[in-house]
Write a protein that binds this ligand. Sequence first.
Ligand code: CA2
Length: 150
Amino acid sequence: MVSRIVAVLNGPNLNLLGMREPEIYGRETLADVEADCRRLGAELGLAIEFRQSNREYEIIDWIHEARGRAAGIVINPAAFTHTSVAIRDALGAFEGPIIEVHISNVHKREEFRHHSYVSGVASGVIVGCGTEGYGLALRRVATLIGARSG
Ligand code: CA2
């Protein structure tokens, strides 16, 4: 049977979600986002593996782990979006769909947030839709991997 696993990966400082800067990132915590993803994942027949790390190498290891195992990746690389060639290279070696998510509209913010190393290897990018963006990304992965086969 083809895998329905979707790795939802979160980068540095996203563990602080809902605890600071609610005007930028909203009031939902990362635990709330995880619960929302699990609820929607169950509806869409996806097995969600939800993770967050402040360490670049750990995110790279999780992307490698997803190869040949997961059907898709949803990733908010947070600040690593704007700095990490290594995360881009790891994602470039993943064979399934990759949706990049940013909670805030990075294009309305500082210039250094306008460039993403990840977008060039992503199937799609969701920006500025708040934490709802994770659900939109999961729906897109479900579309791209196709309907449940049984
Ligand atoms: O908008 C996004 O989702 C970002 O990926 C969030 C990153 C930021 O560096 C990117 O430019 C855009 C920051 C994540 C840190 O999240 C915090 C949440 C609450 C309080 C402090 C940080």
